[in-house]
Design a protein. Sequence first.
Length: 244
Amino acid sequence: WAQLHADLVRRIGDDEFAGSEFPGEHALTTSYGVSRHTTREALRHLRNEGILIAERGRPSRLAGPPVIEQPLGALYSLFAAVEATGVAQHSVVRALELRTDPAVAVTLQVGPKAPLLYLERIRMAGAMPLALDYAWLPGDLARDLLDADFTHTALYIELEQRCGIRLTGGREDVTAVVPDREDAAALELDSKTAALSIRRLGCMNSRPVELRHTVVRGDRFTVSATFSPSEGYRFVPATPLHAL
């Protein structure tokens, strides 16, 4: 069963069953020339690993990747959101350094030559890239983050523990985008998969302390909202954050 299981995992990883039904127990037993017990054991392990979904009265099917859902109007951590789905996540850190950027400095309300901490990551959910994340913070507040290992931690956790800073609010703009070629390649997007651009200005009290741009796979991320008869939805005119 272990050999059958390994071969099925390989075939699934190669998208051999994409667009078609996953073969049933009888078909696998016949095509591999093994016993029904062997087939059942291999399928049982695939179900236990969350690769297959079995429903009463229906053939087994491949499990799709979980969709990360975020509520409107809530300050959230993508790290915590992915962890909550049960999917293993980590980040590939592409840059963590001090830089200067006059346009970003204006938004963060610091001098044009003030040092800014810059953090750039590819956010992974399982083996698949989920998002590209670019964050800027004032260097005088966030310099201690240079010693943090961001491969498996959240910016907000490190910001609070190392710098004593907790965001209290801010603004976020979510826009549908066609990613450029470099971003699409980093996210392993094909021509049919959309992306969302999320631009956030996070504040501690009234001071801007984080300017972030995240490009996230549209097939893995949902923005949700609730409404009530008394409050409804709140819409505001689009005035994008231009610094990123």
